[in-house]
Write a protein that binds this ligand. Structure first.
Ligand SMILES: Nc1ncnc2c1ncn2[C@@H]1O[C@H](COP(=O)(O)OP(=O)(O)O)[C@@H](O)[C@H]1O
Ligand SMILES: [Mg+2]
Length: 286
């Protein structure tokens, strides 16, 4: 037992994660996994396999079913037995989440969007007045600089390309001080070249800043290229957890049968949605 205490605390520990939205099928079915700080994990699965539900559960946007379910971040319980921790607000600050649909507020400029990363840290009155100190604005500019967007700080977010919006979302997570970045199909709406650049940025943050990264993808080539480890879901169940090397095409076919083609597809034919549709108001202070 002594040896146990010397093991590093995992950045993310998910135990017995199950979730049903209706009686017919389980979105998640008994998923358990432990992710070390600084790991770069690809969450792979065909559409509907439970990737988003798992990521949303990890940041407390979804409550799991069942008494034995739990999510811990750096050893602190985020949810357990379907009950969110009273410390949920503080815990959520540790995780930044990036969505497929670029969640920026289109009518606000890029800098202001990045600054919203600070809102969960603020007392309500300050969040409501929306005034940020010079120091905070400088930090936001530095975050934008680090994702290569300093020149766009004062442009409306709606004028940015999809790839640029994803990079701005990354800057927001950086300013928030997130130690874990959850990215839910962040490149599915992007053309291949832009997708690669966004993945390069995520990978760079993982390598240089030790950011723990969990990125859901439905393209196995992308997961193999960027991730140290792949966790694969099928119909809510964890069916593979190992190195990208081990998940070769025949293994993939064995796991996914007819759905394999979706995962092997080189590029998602999803056309980029029109910008105005891609912009959703971001839920404040989740
Ligand atoms: N809010 C919801 N209400 C009802 N069903 C949902 C909801 N969210 C997800 N589901 C269902 O749960 C399953 C897993 O969905 P999801 O986690 O979005 O998968 P993925 O992200 O891998 O495409 C799907 O069958 C989906 O229809
Ligand atoms: Mg999804």
């Amino acid at each position: 037992m002594q040896a146990m205490s010397t093991l590093p605390v995992p950045a993310i520990r998910v135990a017995h994660a199950s979730k049903s939205f209706n009686r017919r099928a389980k979105a998640l079915d008994g998923v358990s996994a432990s992710i070390r700080a600084g790991e770069c994990v690809g969450l792979l699965g065909a559409s509907g396999s439970g990737k988003s539900t798992l990521l949303r559960s990890i940041c407390g946007l979804e409550r799991l079913d069942g008494k034995s379910s739990s999510v811990e971040l750096f050893g602190q319980t985020l949810q357990s037995g379907g009950v969110l921790s009273p410390e949920i607000r503080a815990l959520r600050r540790q995780t930044g989440i990036i969505f497929q649909q670029f969640n920026l507020v289109g009518r606000m400029n890029v800098l202001s969007n990045v600054l919203t990363g600070l809102l969960p840290h603020m007392p309500l009155w300050r969040a409501l007045t929306g005034r940020f100190s010079a120091q905070e604005q400088l930090q936001a500019l530095q975050a934008l600089e680090s994702v290569g967007l300093a020149d766009y700080a004062f442009q409306r977010a709606s004028t940015l390309s999809g790839g640029q919006q994803q990079r701005a979302a990354v800057a927001r997570a950086l300013l928030q001080g997130a130690r874990i970045l959850l990215a839910d199909e962040p490149v599915s709406s992007l053309d291949p070249e832009t997708a690669r650049r966004v993945m390069d940025l995520l990978h760079h943050l993982n390598r240089t800043q030790g950011m723990t990264l969990v990125v859901s993808l439905h393209n196995v080539a992308m997961a193999r290229r960027y991730c140290d480890r792949i966790i694969a879901l099928r119909a809510g169940e964890l069916v593979f957890d190992g190195s990208p090397m081990e998940l070769d095409d025949s293994r993939l076919r064995h796991l996914y049968g007819a759905s394999t083609e979706e995962l092997l597809m080189d590029h998602n034919p999803l056309e980029t949605p029109p910008q105005s549709h891609a912009l959703h108001a971001m839920p404040l202070a989740a």
